[in-house]
Design a protein around this ligand. Structure first.
Ligand SMILES: [Zn+2]
Length: 274
């Protein structure tokens, strides 16, 4: 089995998790910028975090032959302070050319507030000006439907945004249809409690087909399972999905989306001595 983990917060995980992921067939891991478990007090705190996910984490993953990529932004949880958000956005362009940076994310809404929406629009504009891929976080549970609608409107209001270069993550049964119908990619997050179980994720594949869909663990500082993609693959096989179909869902789909960024070239990592 081979798979790509397109959404994991490895700064919160142990090195043992890297070992277990690689042993389970992980071919690449991608780390969106997000809340680090505490609110940072200044833009300098974000600069240190951007250095961590562009320098330290790629080296930690490389010890196990695992390519590590990342996305940059100020997350919605810390976007309520628009002044701080502007300072952090001003830092991002100096990091965009780093070899493991794939784009802007995970941006989006948390409580659907006016300030969050303003910062979301600033991020969309930044991505458009620098021709970056976008990864969007959608709110949890009761805020998800409204937040997804607001996010789709904000993306469509910017004429420079191409839907096929945007993934809307954490979709569920009631939001996946509107995301795919609008031409965006959709991500299903396998996370206990607040998000999707493996069985529900497979139900979504069986209901909506497999185009423009990926799955991820979003493992972070909370109770979460870094191996939830291979566990879901095992459940797909048990339900009768072929090995080829599983490979298409957990490797080829994320590969297709992420390869729109020219830095996502896994062959570069496969034969480092050549
Ligand atoms: Zn996340």
């Amino acid at each position: 089995m081979r798979y790509i983990e397109p959404h994991a917060h490895m700064v919160s995980r142990t090195t043992d998790d890297y070992v277990n992921m690689v042993a389970s067939g992980c071919a690449a891991v991608c780390e969106p910028a997000f809340w680090a478990g505490y609110d940072r007090g200044s833009a300098d705190g974000f600069r240190d975090y951007f250095l961590q996910i562009t320098e330290y984490e790629p080296k930690r993953a490389a010890k196990f032959g695992l390519p590590h990529f990342c996305w940059l932004c100020i997350n919605p949880k810390e976007s309520e302070d628009v002044g701080l958000a502007k300072d952090v956005l001003a830092l991002i362009p100096e990091f965009l050319d780093r070899p493991n940076v794939l784009g802007i994310g995970e941006i989006g809404l948390n409580k659907n507030s006016r300030n969050e929406l303003e910062v979301l629009e600033m991020h969309i504009d930044l991505a458009a000006r620098h021709d970056q891929l976008i990864l969007v976080h959608t709110p949890h549970l009761e805020d998800k439907l409204k937040g997804t609608r607001l996010t789709l409107d904000a993306l469509r209001n910017n004429p420079a945004i191409k839907p096929e270069r945007v993934i809307i993550d954490h979709v569920e049964e009631h939001t996946v249809g509107m995301v795919l119908d609008a031409g965006f990619w959709a991500g299903r997050t396998l996370y206990q409690g607040s998000k999707c179980s493996p069985a529900r994720a497979i139900d979504i594949v069986e209901t909506y087909g497999a185009e423009r869909l990926w799955m991820n663990s979003a493992c972070d500082w909370g109770v979460s399972i870094p191996l939830s993609i291979p566990y879901t693959a095992m459940e797909m096989r048990r339900r009768g999905h072929s090995a080829e179909a599983v490979d298409a869902r957990i490797y080829q789909n994320p590969h297709s989306f992420l390869s729109q960024c020219g830095k996502f070239r896994l062959w570069r990592f496969q034969n480092p001595r050549e």
